[in-house]
Design a protein around this ligand. Sequence first.
Ligand SMILES: [Zn+2]
Length: 136
Amino acid sequence: MEVTTRTVSRNRCGRCRQEGHNRTRCPHDSSTATSLAVAFRQEERARDLIRVRELRARQAALNSNADHAAFRTRVYEQVTDMQRRLQELTGGAAVVPPRNVPTVREVKIQEILFDRAQEIPDGLYKELMDALVIRV
Ligand SMILES: [Zn+2]
């Protein structure tokens, strides 16, 4: 694309590449025209180089932004995953049956103690029954 914008300029002399005249009206002698043309080409190349560097820098910045966005997305996914797991853990704890209801095991032990109360000293019976209704 640089090539088209570079060569289309009509006011530029084909010999010395200076503006304001054409090849037939070029005021410069052959060696001056050649050195002017060489200088012009060098300037052009320098401008092209600057442009290429700018484009590369811009592309690098875009890539860096893309990297940043990808990084943010990954971190966000990780945080979301951790939140989900934490919720599962804490939610799982809440799913445990409320502790104001005796468990099957507690009920069974209470039945055994009740049924065989006669075989157990009074103090021990009371202590064990009390221990069974303790709620953490
Ligand atoms: Zn000229």
